[in-house]
Ligand binder design. Structure first.
Ligand code: SF4
Ligand code: SF4
Length: 405
């Protein structure tokens, strides 16, 4: 099918108007690689590498083409069969050695906390968009702490409704601790015992979305074992949730793990979808008096089909008026490690998203993925906007009556 309905939603096609940087073009290249070629060409790999994996094309395809499955199968083939230049290999090794290890990120938290005073982000903005150093400096997170730790068990308030796991994330547990605290406290206020084990250190999503299948599946198996005794696993990071919900499919051919993986994936829920499915118990009484623009994280809206639930959750809070930005379906450019691996298009998309969100005139932006929060916050600041950006669960937490937290 060549209808082209997916083209206006594909961020790289939107940027460059180039057929081979569209879902349709990339599928043609996959087909050519399968049928005609023993060797993956540089050009093929370049066009696949430029794909953000945002899955907007899956949402917009009227024929049900599963581009998500296609690119998920293609990336590991690239890593197995294509020799990347040494600079690219070194850059990838460096990023994965840092980002998927919270223990290595913790010592960087004080540096990040002082980044504004040291002018680190300003320096990053002066470097060209294509520079990896520039991207790392621009995207330096705020709010990290080397000592932030969630309790392994947060008891339920009132009568216990169930036992849920909470994924802390690798980057998120160091730099988005406040989101994890808000998630645990809201779940506990709703009557759930919350279990947040320290290991595994990472769920494997960053590996999976970059094509490092063996590492992703090894961490995936650890995840399954760690949360097997929980009724549900609640996730507050869209990219992690989408990858964990995929484990059932990814391990379907593994006789030892297939059944456990399918059962595990079925109980993984984004926090907004989880809360939408249970009767609210904790009173949300504080009026927030805010106009909130909701940003659809791609791995929530497109990969998991979760669009209505976060809006319903935010809309239910006292004093919250929801506003919708233009181009909701177009990725912000974060996409796992994309904004570091492909910093130039990521910066362009980040600016475009920041302008679209700022144009709503909202008092605050809500986004259900830490990567989007970092990316959008960076480009809002660059564009001169001071609009705060938070996770929807932080607004729910803020609205809880004081004695319910
Ligand atoms: S996943 Fe996103 S970037 Fe990749 S082809 Fe689909 S719409 Fe384009
Ligand atoms: S992927 Fe779907 S929307 Fe895109 S050209 Fe093919 S059939 Fe049309």
């Amino acid at each position: 099918m060549h209808c082209g309905f997916c083209l206006p939603t594909c961020p790289t096609y939107v940027l460059w108007g180039e057929e081979m940087d569209s879902p349709r073009g990339r599928i043609v290249l996959m087909d050519a690689a399968l049928r005609e070629s023993d060797v993956l060409s540089e050009a093929m790999v370049t066009h696949w590498d430029r794909c953000l994996g945002c899955m907007a094309c899956v949402s917009s395809c009227p024929s049900g083409v599963r581009y998500d499955r296609l690119i998920e199968a293609t990336r590991p083939q690239v890593e197995r069969n294509h020799a990347r230049p040494w600079r690219d290999r070194a850059r990838r090794r460096l990023l994965f050695a840092a980002f998927t290890h919270p223990g290595r990120l913790r010592p960087l938290a004080p540096f990040a906390a002082g980044a504004s005073k040291l002018g680190v982000r300003t320096l990053g903005r002066r470097l060209p968009d294509r520079s990896l150093t520039g991207a790392v400096l621009r995207l330096t997170p705020r709010g990290g702490s080397p000592f932030a730790r969630l309790p392994v068990v947060t008891p339920a308030r009132g009568e216990r409704r169930g036992r849920v796991g909470l994924l802390q994330g690798c980057v998120a547990r160091v730099f988005f601790h406040r989101t994890n605290v808000a998630t645990a406290e809201v779940l506990a206020a709703e009557g759930f015992e919350v279990v947040a084990p320290r290991r595994p250190r990472c769920c494997g999503a960053l590996f999976l979305h970059t094509g490092y299948e063996d590492e992703a599946l090894a961490l995936g198996r650890e995840m399954i074992a760690a949360f097997e005794d929980c009724d549900s696993l609640v996730v507050n990071a869209a990219g992690c949730g989408s990858s964990l919900r995929d484990l059932g499919h990814l391990l379907a051919d593994d006789p030892q793990w297939a059944e456990r993986a399918a059962a595990f994936s079925a109980k993984v829920h984004d926090v907004s979808a989880f809360l939408a499915a249970v009767e609210p118990r904790a009173p949300r009484l504080r009026s927030l008096d805010l106009r909130v623009a909701y940003h659809d994280a791609c791995h929530l809206a497109h990969a998991q089909g979760v669009r209505a639930e976060p809006r319903a959750l935010l809309g239910s809070l006292p004093g919250v008026e929801l506003v919708e930005p233009p181009e909701w379906e177009v990725c912000c450019g974060s996409a796992g490690l994309y904004n570091l691996l492909q910093p130039e298009p990521a910066a362009e998309l980040g600016r475009r998203k920041a302008r679209n969100l700022a144009a709503t005139g909202a008092d605050a932006i809500a986004a259900g993925n830490p990567g989007c929060t970092l990316q959008i916050g960076t480009y809002l600041e660059e564009e001169g906007w001071r609009t705060p950006i938070v996770h929807p669960i932080e607004l729910v937490h803020a609205a809880l009556a004081g004695d319910a937290r």
